[in-house]
Design a binder for this molecule. Structure first.
Ligand code: AP5
Length: 190
C-alpha cells in the first residue's frame, strides 16, 4: 500500500495536489476538512458542533476526526492506498493514525510537506474566499487564527514523521504543475 500524508499549512495546495495525485496513482483521498464540511451540509449533530469551531478557525477535537478516519479506512479495505489531506493535524492524531494503520498491517509510507510562506497563504485564501462560500476563507482574522493553529499545534507533526525518516519537504510556491512534478518525483522514488 502507498499511504501518503500530504502536509502543509491552510492554503498550501493540499486539496489542489490531492485531486491530481488520486488520478495518477489511484489512491483514496481522505480529507478531514471535506468530511467535516459534508457533515455540516447534512446538518448532523457532529457537523453542527464542528462548524462552530471551523468558523472560528480552530481545530475540532482529535476524537472526532480520528473516528471519521477510522470509519473511512474500514469502508475502503481493498484500496491501493490513501492520501491523508489535513490529517493528522496534532501529534495525538498522528499517534492514533499509526496505531490504526498498524492494526491493519499497514503504515505511512511518506509525509510530503508543501512549504509556502504565510504571506502567500493569506493571499491565496483571501482570493479563494471571494467565491468559495467557505466562511473560514472570508475573514482575514479567521485565516490568521487558522495559521496560528497550524504553527502552534500542527507544524510539530512534521517532526513526528521526521523522527521516522518519512518526511520530505518540497517547495509549494510556483506553478501547480511544477509542484505536482516535484510531488510525483518523491512518490516515484519510493
Ligand atoms: P481543511 O479543509 O483541511 O482546510 P485547510 O487545511 O485550512 O486547508 P485548505 O483546504 O483551505 O487548503 P489546502 O492546503 O487544501 O489548499 P488548496 O489546494 O485548497 O480544514 C478546515 C477546518 O476543518 C480546519 O480549520 C479545522 O477547523 C477543521 N479540521 C480539518 N481537519 C482537521 C483535523 N485533522 N483536526 C482538527 N480539525 C480539523 O489551495 C488553496 C487555494 O490556493 C486555492 O484557491 C487554490 O486554487 C490555490 N492554489 C493551490 N496551489 C497553488 C499554487 N501552486 N499557486 C497559486 N495558488 C494555488
Amino acid at each position: 500500500m502507498l499511504n501518503l500524508v500530504l502536509f502543509g499549512a491552510p492554503g498550501s495546495g493540499k486539496g489542489t495536489q490531492s485531486k491530481k495525485l488520486i488520478e495518477k496513482y489511484q489512491l483514496i483521498h481522505l480529507s478531514t476538512g471535506d468530511l467535516l464540511r459534508s457533515e455540516i451540509a447534512q446538518g448532523t449533530e457532529l457537523g453542527l458542533e464542528a462548524k462552530k469551531l471551523m468558523d472560528m478557525g480552530q481545530l475540532v477535537p482529535d476524537a472526532v476526526v480520528n473516528g471519521m478516519i477510522s470509519n473511512k479506512l474500514d469502508a475502503n479495505k481493498s484500496a491501493k492506498g490513501f492520501i491523508f489531506d489535513g490529517f493528522p493535524r496534532t501529534v495525538a492524531q498522528a499517534e492514533a493514525l499509526d496505531q490504526l494503520l498498524k492494526s491493519k498491517g499497514s503504515s505511512i509510507s511518506v509525509m510530503v510537506k508543501l512549504n509556502v510562506d504565510d504571506e502567500e497563504l493569506m493571499h491565496r485564501l483571501l482570493l479563494r474566499g471571494k467565491d468559495s462560500g467557505r466562511p473560514d476563507d472570508a475573514n482575514p482574522e479567521v485565516i490568521k487564527k487558522r495559521l496560528h493553529e497550524y504553527h502552534s499545534k500542527t507544524e510539530i507533526v512534521g517532526d513526528f514523521y521526521k523522527d521516522q525518516n518519512k518526511l520530505k519537504n518540497i517547495n509549494g510556491i510556483g506553478d501547480v504543475e511544477d509542484v505536482f512534478a516535484a510531488l510525483s518525483g518523491v512518490i516515484d522514488s519510493l
